[in-house]
Design a protein around this ligand. Structure first.
Ligand code: UDH
Ligand code: MN
Length: 336
C-alpha cells in the first residue's frame, strides 16, 4: 500500500515537473528559433500538448500592441568612437537582453512591426562593434520585434553592397515573417532614438543628417546609408539591382526603381534623423566604379530582369552570435 502511494506521488511529481518544463520552455518563446516546429505543434489538434500550446499562443497574442510612441526613448544621446570596443565587451553590455542571432522582442507588448536589420559587411569588425553597441539599445527602446543580419561577402572580389542587401532580405525571410527591412551601412550610428526604425506606407530614407556632411542632406534623391522598405515595397521594385560592383550608384538605382513603380520616399525630420559616421578611408576592392553611375540612369531598362528574380548566391556559413546572425556568402561575380 505504502509502495503504491509512493509510486503515485512520484508519478504526480514527474507529471508536474514535465508541465513546468513545457511552460518554462515556451514562455521563453523559442518560437523564432524553431518556427516551423512550433507551428506544427500548435496545430497538433486535440492532444494535451496541443491544448497547452494553444493556451500559450493565445496568452502571447493577448499582449496589447506596443504604444505608437515608445515610452522609454531618451532623444539625443552621446555617441563617440574613440573608445575601443570589442565584440566580447559589447556582448557583456547588451547581450543579456538578446536572444541568439541578435533577436529581440518587447516583453510586455506586441511590437507593431517585425523588422529585419540587414547590414552589408566585409572586414569592418571595429565598426560592427561600435554599431551593435549603440544600435541594439536604440531598437530595444523603440520596442521593435527585430533581428540583426550581417551579410558578409566572402573572398576579396569586388564588393557588391546591393546584392548583399538582396541576400539579407531572402535569408531573413527564411527565418521569420518579417514585414519591414532596414538596410544599414555598418558605419552609420543614429544619435537620436526618436528616429524610429519603422516602415511606413512609403519607402523611407533615415540617414538624413550625417556629421560627415555637416548634418546637411546634399540631394533630394539620396537613398543610401540607412533606408527602409516593407516586404511589399521591396518586392514591388524587384529588390536592388545585383549588378553594381564596386562603389556607387546602387542607391540611386533603388531610388529610381521606387519612382518607376509609382511610389515616393519619405524622410523623418532632419532635426531627429541625425547620424554619426565612423571615420574610414576607401576599402580595397570597393573602388569607385564609373560604370555604376551610367547604369543608374538605366533603371527602367533593368528593373524587370535584374533584382530579386535574378539573384544567385551561395551561403557558405551561418553563424549565430547573441549580437547578430552572420551570413557569409559567395556573391558569384559574373565571369570576366
Ligand atoms: N562595406 C564593408 N566592407 C567594405 C566595403 C563596404 O563592410 O569593404 C559596407 C559597410 O557597411 C559600409 C557600406 O558597405 O558602411 C558602404 O561602403 P562605404 O562605407 O565605403 O561607403 P561610403 O560612401 O564611403 O561611406 C566611400 C569611401 C569614402 C572614402 C573617403 C575618404 N576620405
Ligand atoms: Mn561609410
Amino acid at each position: 500500500m505504502k509502495e503504491k502511494i509512493t509510486r503515485i506521488l512520484a508519478l504526480f511529481a514527474l507529471f508536474t515537473l514535465t508541465c513546468l518544463a513545457v511552460f518554462f520552455i515556451y514562455s521563453k518563446d523559442i518560437s523564432f528559433v524553431f518556427p516551423s516546429v512550433l507551428h506544427q505543434q500548435v496545430k497538433g489538434n486535440g492532444s494535451v500538448f496541443g491544448n497547452v500550446m494553444d493556451w500559450v499562443t493565445n496568452t502571447q497574442a493577448t499582449l496589447d500592441p506596443c504604444p505608437d510612441s515608445p515610452p522609454s526613448l531618451v532623444g539625443p544621446f552621446l555617441v563617440e568612437f574613440e573608445t575601443k570596443r570589442s565584440l566580447d565587451w559589447v556582448r557583456t553590455q547588451v547581450g543579456s537582453e538578446l536572444q541568439q542571432g541578435g533577436r529581440f522582442k518587447p516583453a510586455n507588448c506586441t511590437a507593431r512591426q517585425k523588422v529585419a536589420v540587414i547590414v552589408p559587411f566585409r572586414n569592418r569588425h571595429e565598426h560592427l562593434a561600435h554599431w551593435l553597441y549603440y544600435v541594439h539599445p536604440v531598437l530595444m527602446r523603440q520596442q521593435l520585434d527585430y533581428g540583426v543580419y550581417v551579410i558578409n561577402q566572402d573572398g576579396d572580389g569586388m564588393f557588391n553592397r546591393a546584392k548583399l542587401m538582396n541576400i539579407g532580405f531572402v535569408e531573413a525571410l527564411k527565418e521569420y515573417d518579417y514585414d519591414c527591412f532596414v538596410f544599414s551601412d555598418v558605419d552609420l550610428v543614429p544619435i537620436d532614438d526618436r528616429n524610429l526604425y519603422r516602415c511606413s506606407d512609403r519607402p523611407r530614407h533615415l540617414s538624413v543628417a550625417i556629421d560627415k556632411f555637416n548634418y546637411i542632406l546634399n540631394s533630394k534623391t539620396a537613398f543610401g546609408g540607412v533606408s527602409l522598405l516593407t516586404k511589399e515595397q521591396f518586392l514591388k521594385v524587384n529588390g536592388f539591382s545585383n549588378t553594381f560592383w564596386g562603389w556607387g550608384g546602387e542607391d540611386d538605382d533603388m531610388y529610381n526603381r521606387i519612382i518607376i513603380r509609382g511610389m515616393s520616399i519619405n524622410r523623418p525630420d532632419a532635426q531627429i534623423a541625425r547620424y554619426k559616421m565612423i571615420k574610414h578611408g576607401r576599402d580595397l576592392h570597393n573602388e569607385v566604379n564609373p560604370e555604376n553611375a551610367v547604369k543608374a540612369q538605366k533603371s527602367a531598362e533593368n528593373i524587370d530582369t535584374d533584382g530579386l528574380n535574378s539573384l544567385n548566391f551561395t551561403v557558405n556559413k551561418i553563424l549565430k552570435d547573441v549580437l547578430f546572425t552572420l551570413i557569409t556568402v559567395d556573391v558569384q561575380p559574373p565571369p570576366q
